[in-house]
Design a protein. Structure first.
Length: 862
């Protein structure tokens, strides 16, 4: 033992000296790297910076990834790489300050575990080897930023801007000159805005930045590769480059404080007063939605026969439905658009807008008008009261429909060919001469895009005749395109109503008959061939007689009995026919099943090579390609996440169900799913507003009952067992109260209460009255609800313990531990029933005491 100690004493100074040499060598390498970057700022301060740690990671740089050495200093992240000669070379850096942020980038097909460090006037992107290493590095970086924040007393104004490339879209997919649009989401404090830009336009932005802001260190954008620009890896790499590029310039102090930045903001499609929008948001209040008055007509269809109730003119309160659509809109869309500032030279163009009933109108649009503003202009022109659920669409020569986002600029999409003629290179001109490049002619269509439940839709269109006309015409079109399929009697009703509404049929004639050619032109050919011509003829004529008799029996004033008024009835009859269909209000997308999903035999759903994806307000459908029949469906609480790739979309559901599909509409599908999911959450919020009121009523009734019935000699305890069903952080409580009075048991059933849990908050306090408080303590696994009802000489406590089956024994031990305090608990054990999930509520009376201390019950979460 002594020999080992002596040898260690001899070795220790050598090791200490060796470690110091290694440390000194690292310091010298670091100093060389710092001097290489800051060659004009050689200072001993750099040598004093401490190396916190170093890591070997992958660095994302301009369509490639390379292995680098990352040095983590006190306020600096330094990226270095080894050259071919073996020397160490500095490649990038980022300074950290109090406003620095770590941004996690969603995994893509070729780039995984990527995160971005948004520092002072610069950003870098790093790629970890695995997910565990990624989060370890993020924790390390957040600790560095936290230490900087604690030591810093700077009150400098920072622009907290976050850039995220959320998706891509392929434009002109059927033509030779197709290209990719990058959808970029810009979050500036409470402002959220999207811009749509091509990679070639980003290259032009880089040129302008280098000319006007030479001091800004921006990433270099590789030159355009026309052949490989549509490859998935190229697109995903460009997404990273664009995100880093825009994050650097929009967050840089030299850029946001210069007047030259306004022209670049304008080129990107952002307002020239972009940096003043948060202040304008604070000073501007949202406009309230007024109540609307309209005709409310109740029509029912029973057994394919027509029935009509009396017509009444009522005031319909649509605030709730309108607010649901309004709340899911980004904050910037609620700002008055007149406060936005663009360049003074406004280019004006006239465009034709087509509707589902084949009618058109002509409007004027300016260069910087977004689709949302154009929709509002169209709705005012045609008399539509609300246009939150309508969108502009582009229809090509093949009748393919592409839905435009509310943030897109229609002028840029329709008239960009004129602007790009000056920018065409020699290769483009040669391809154009051979006829390989051509400009697609689009038709602008105004269509309904978002659908709520039929009850909500009914409240809308019954008070707005223009909405009723637009929706019914669009559903006519869907039926003819077999996107909405009916039964044979319903098809017969559809033919009669279609001809009458479109003024082809006049019911005032005595002899009415519909020709078979008219029926054939309206019904889809596949549906028409399923029945004989005689069957169609007889079925349609019978429904025609029903309609004539129905209109003749109407008890309506002669002033209202005109063809236009009767056609409103006809449209309402049609809406009541289609409302009973399962896929009413479902948006359909034709996709190709990915090979892994197709081959996986463990899935319950059996897919074919091609299917329909149906997106409805409450669920997602997977449908058969020929007949619109359900293969399987999932509600939104079963949806874990949606991953979007350039030509593929992936749905992840509960129970490890992952479905992948090939489509060029992946971003459009994901956005629609996101809107509907947010709508469901907003509707749930409105329902939860009455929960506290209901809890107060329950407690008040309980208090009156106990306070008046109990005597001083009765010691009472109530146990409430609640079986729960947990679905996506939503708990359904079924209450069964058991009240014990002198061996008398009385059961009181209480309505189901719906409670939405928010796991990120630890404590909520609601003051119901001056002398009543409701305390809610909760985390991911445990809930404690304490209701304190203060009386003159006594206090009632309602304590709710929530736990899984494994932790119930621990709760019982805690109860027995505090059982010795008689002033708090009666001497009686908890009734325990071994079920999977139980909630225990203990209601007990506390004897009057002089002290005002409240009893505290602590439960650890496992």
């Amino acid at each position: 033992m002594n020999l080992i100690t002596k040898q260690w004493k001899n070795i220790f100074p050598v090791l200490k000296k060796l470690n110091y040499k290694i440390y000194l060598r690292k310091k010298l390498i670091l100093l060389e790297l710092l001097n290489e970057i800051f060659y004009c700022k050689k200072n001993i301060v750099f040598f004093q910076k401490k190396i916190k740690s170093e890591e070997i990671l992958n660095y994302c740089d301009n369509n490639s990834e390379k292995q680098v050495i990352i040095y983590f200093l006190t306020d600096l992240i330094l990226v270095s790489e080894k050259t071919i000669e073996g020397n160490v070379k500095a490649s990038d850096y980022v300074f950290l300050d109090t406003s620095s942020r770590i941004q996690i980038i969603e995994d893509t097909k070729y780039f995984k575990n990527v995160f971005q460090i948004n520092g002072k006037n610069n950003s870098i992107q790093l790629m970890a080897q695995n997910e565990q290493q990624k989060y370890e590095l993020i924790d390390k970086l957040q600790n560095l930023i936290k230490n900087i924040s604690q030591k810093s007393n700077s009150q400098e104004i920072k622009y907290d801007i976050e850039i995220n490339v959320i998706g891509t879209e392929e434009r002109n997919p059927m033509s030779f000159n197709k290209y990719t649009i990058y959808i970029i989401e810009i979050k500036f404090q409470e402002i959220l805005q999207k811009i749509f830009i091509r990679y070639s336009e980003m290259v032009e932005v880089e040129k302008k930045i280098r000319e006007n802001f030479p001091n800004i260190n921006i990433p270099h954008l590789s030159r355009m590769d026309w052949i490989g620009s549509l490859k998935t890896k190229t697109i995903e790499s460009r997404k990273l480059t664009i995100q880093k590029f825009l994050q650097t310039i929009l967050s840089h102090q030299d850029f946001n404080s210069s007047e030259k930045s306004k022209t670049i903001l304008d080129y990107l499609g952002l307002p020239m007063d972009f940096y003043t929008l948060p202040d304008k948001l604070k000073s501007q209040s949202d406009s309230s939605v007024s109540q609307e008055i309209g005709y409310i007509i109740n029509i029912t269809v029973q057994d394919n026969s027509l029935q009509l109730s009396q017509v009444s003119n009522q005031e319909q309160n649509l605030d709730k439905s309108v607010n649901i659509l309004q709340e899911i809109r980004p904050v910037y869309q609620k700002i008055n658009r007149q406060t936005y500032c663009h360049c003074q030279e406004q280019e004006i163009q006239k465009i034709n807008v087509k509707f589902a009933d084949k009618k058109e109108i002509q409007i004027q649009i300016s260069k910087f008008m977004r689709c949302q503003e154009i929709c509002q202009q169209i709705s005012q022109f045609i008399g539509l009261k609300q246009c939150l659920d309508f969108r502009l669409c582009l229809q090509d020569s093949q009748q393919n429909i592409h839905v435009l986002d509310e943030d897109e600029m229609l002028y840029k999409l329709l008239f960009s060919q004129k602007v790009q003629k000056k920018q065409n290179n020699v290769f483009t001109k040669i391809m154009t001469n051979f006829g390989l490049f051509f400009s697609e002619k689009y038709t602008v269509v105004f269509k309904k895009y978002l659908w709520l439940s039929f009850e909500q839709e009914q409240n809308y269109y019954k008070s707005d005749q223009c909405r009723l006309k637009l929706i019914s015409s669009q559903l006519f079109e869907d039926i003819q395109q077999m996107k909405l399929q009916l039964d044979f009697p319903e098809y017969c009703i559809f033919v009669v109503l279609y001809l009458y509404i479109n003024q082809v049929l006049d019911i005032n004639h005595v002899k009415l008959s519909i020709q078979i050619q008219q029926i054939k032109s309206i019904i889809p050919i596949l549906i028409f061939n399923m029945f004989t011509e005689d069957q169609w003829k007889v079925g349609v004529d019978n429904k025609l007689e029903e309609l004539v008799q129905f209109f003749n029996n109407l008890q309506i004033d002669q002033n209202n009995k005109n063809p236009n008024y009767l056609r409103i009835y006809a449209r309402l009859i049609f809406m009541n026919v289609v409302k009973m269909k399962q896929f009413f209000g479902t948006s359909l997308f034709y996709v190709q099943t990915y090979k892994n999903t197709l081959r996986n035999s463990s899935y319950e759903c059996v897919f074919t090579d091609n299917i329909w994806i149906g997106i409805k307000f409450d669920r997602i459908y997977f449908l058969q390609p020929n007949k619109i029949q359900e293969i399987c469906s999932f509600q939104y609480f079963e949806l874990l996440n949606v991953k979007v790739f350039p030509t593929m979309i992936q749905f992840s559901f509960t129970n490890d169900k992952v479905y992948q599909f090939t489509t060029t509409q992946s971003f459009e599908i994901s956005q629609l799913v996101k809107i509907y999911k947010n709508t469901q959450q907003n509707q749930l919020k409105h329902k939860n507003k009455g929960i506290l009121i209901l809890l107060y009523i329950i407690n008040y009734i309980t208090y009156i009952f106990f306070y008046q019935k109990l005597t001083r000699n009765i010691l009472m305890m109530t146990i409430i067992l609640i079986e729960i069903q947990k679905k996506n952080q939503i708990i359904y409580f079924n209450f069964l109260k058991i009240l014990i009075f002198q061996y008398y048991v009385q059961l009181i059933s209480i309505k189901t209460i719906l409670v939405s849990l928010q796991s990120h908050k630890k404590k909520l306090i609601f003051f119901l009255q001056k002398n009543k408080q409701l305390y809610i303590f909760y985390s991911k696994k445990t809930i404690i609800l304490v209701f304190i009802n203060q009386c003159s000489q006594s206090k009632f406590y309602l304590v709710l313990f929530s736990s899984l089956h494994k932790n119930i024994q621990h709760i019982m031990q805690l109860y027995n531990k505090y059982q010795s305090k008689k002033q708090y608990f009666p001497k009686k054990k908890i009734i325990y029933k071994p079920q999977k999930k139980l909630y225990y509520i203990i209601f007990f009376k506390k004897k009057s005491i002089k002290t005002n201390k409240h009893f505290q019950f602590n439960i650890k979460v496992y």
